[in-house]
Design a protein around this ligand. Structure first.
Ligand SMILES: *[C@@H]1O[C@H](CO)[C@@H](O)[C@H](O)[C@H]1NC(C)=O
Ligand SMILES: *[C@@H]1O[C@H](CO)[C@@H](O)[C@H](O)[C@H]1NC(C)=O
Ligand SMILES: *[C@@H]1O[C@H](CO)[C@@H](O)[C@H](O)[C@H]1NC(C)=O
Ligand SMILES: *[C@@H]1O[C@H](CO)[C@@H](O)[C@H](O)[C@H]1NC(C)=O
Ligand SMILES: *[C@@H]1O[C@H](CO)[C@@H](O)[C@H](O)[C@H]1NC(C)=O
Length: 175
């Protein structure tokens, strides 16, 4: 009887410990990266993979799907500043009457303090607005359990080629 009640007590202790909510110290990280959509030239980082069959869709490009592997750099200049990672994913022209993109991409870091970690961004990008806010819906590595948002501002855009450099200011809370 003494044995079985101490076993029961131990089992209850283990159960109680397991049921305790994990006391997580949350970290807040702010960062700024520059995202380069290289459409023109031999080293393009954007490919169009689909478009709508109807010609009426073309005013806003509604239905067009593009896959990207865009460089993310520390500063605005693609060639002279550090490559921190790549924005890998896609954007879809999701506005029928306005120019608006659905962004679905991972920022995969390959250098700097976040090398090996990533964040997932999924949200709307009404590209003609000065500031576009998108949610950060998750992350890996140091950004596990991440949630937050980013604000995108076009830094440079060539309307002839479609090449663009966009500043992403990111605020996330994570483990
Ligand atoms: C394209 O990429 C290749 C391989 O990385 C590089 O050697 C070449 O200089 C690049 N060309 C341009 C125009 O950036
Ligand atoms: C384009 O829109 C017009 C006017 O709404 C319609 O008559 C036409 O059938 C549409 N064409 C296509 C290819 O969807
Ligand atoms: C980016 O840096 C390169 C190399 O330093 C320079 O030649 C180029 O003019 C810079 N571009 C811009 C837009 O500042
Ligand atoms: C980033 O991490 C990878 C894997 O750990 C490592 O091989 C690489 O050298 C790191 N890159 C830099 C620039 O530190
Ligand atoms: C845009 O790209 C075209 C074609 O490469 C080039 O002639 C033009 O100078 C560029 N404009 C700007 C503002 O960079």
């Amino acid at each position: 009887m003494a044995v079985s009640s101490s076993v029961l007590a131990a089992a209850l202790l283990i159960f109680a410990a397991a049921a305790l909510p994990a006391a997580r110290a949350e970290t807040e990280t702010r960062m700024r990266v520059f995202w380069h959509d290289v459409v023109s030239g031999p080293n393009s980082t954007v490919v169009q993979v689909a478009q709508a069959a109807t010609s009426n869709a073309s005013a806003t490009g509604f239905g067009t799907v593009l896959v990207i592997d865009d460089p993310l750099t520390e500063g605005p200049n693609l060639t002279s500043t550090k490559l921190l990672g790549r924005a890998q994913g896609m954007y879809v022209s999701a506005g029928k009457d306005s120019f608006s993109l659905l962004m679905a991409m991972n920022f995969v870091f390959i250098d700097g303090p976040y090398n090996g970690s990533s964040i997932a961004i999924f949200g709307p990008n009404p590209s003609e607005r000065a500031v576009r806010e998108m949610p950060v819906v998750g992350g890996t590595g140091v950004f596990r359990f991440a949630r937050g948002y980013c604000q995108a501002r076009t830094h440079w855009f060539n309307a002839t080629t479609g090449d663009a450099t966009v500043e992403y200011d990111i605020l996330i809370r994570h483990d």
